[in-house]
Ligand binder design. Structure first.
Ligand code: 5GP
Length: 172
């Protein structure tokens, strides 16, 4: 049986999400902010984050997949859903659940730059720096994590565990 080892509690996640939402609200005052959540992993983080943002924003999602059913990035990144709203001359913030090698984000940055945004920044809930393979710059990282595969709060393993309200290390 896979083992779930607690990593972050609901209260800890709430504090991080509220904190980063306040930073974003202050940094983007009087701007035209569009948040783009990376599906599917970021959908819960995104939905909590936007409810703590206090400035006018627009919200959209982009679909990317790179893991299949394994626990390490295949590096073969596929776009499964394009953004549906105008990004030209907007301040765009990519919202990710976790950055590991950085390959997915590099792909997303290149792709979204092609729409001509006024600015493009990155917010991630979890930052797994140890395995980074790109020099992608993360503007808002809520929490640094070490090696290991995490699940819960939107993060899956083979589409399981996304619904768990807390974050766990999955030991297979
Ligand atoms: P990267 O391209 O940076 O290696 O991986 C980014 C994507 O891989 C994330 O958006 C996430 O979907 C997935 N990922 C990376 N690390 C983990 C992890 O520890 N757990 C889960 N469930 N997904 C991960």
């Amino acid at each position: 049986m896979p083992e779930l080892i607690p990593v972050l509690t609901k209260n800890e996640i709430d504090a991080m999400v509220t904190g980063v939402a306040h930073r974003i609200s202050s940094d983007y005052q009087n701007r035209t902010l569009v948040l783009i959540g990376a599906l599917k992993g970021a959908f819960i983080f995104m939905s909590d984050l936007i409810r703590h943002i206090t400035i006018p924003i627009q919200v959209d999602f982009i679909g990317v997949s790179s893991y299949g059913s394994g626990t390490s990035s295949s590096g073969d990144i596929r776009l499964t859903k394009k953004p549906g709203i105008e990004l030209k001359d907007k301040d765009v913030l990519i919202v990710e659940d976790i950055v590991d090698t950085g390959l997915t984000l590099s792909y997303l940055v290149d792709y979204l730059e092609s729409f001509g945004p006024k600015s493009l920044k990155i917010c991630t809930l979890l930052d797994k720096q140890e395995r980074r393979m790109t020099d992608v710059k993360i503007d808002y990282a809520c929490h640094l994590v070490g090696k290991g595969f995490l699940v819960g709060y939107g993060l899956d393993h083979a589409e399981n565990y996304r619904h768990l309200p807390e974050i766990y290390h999955l030991k297979l």
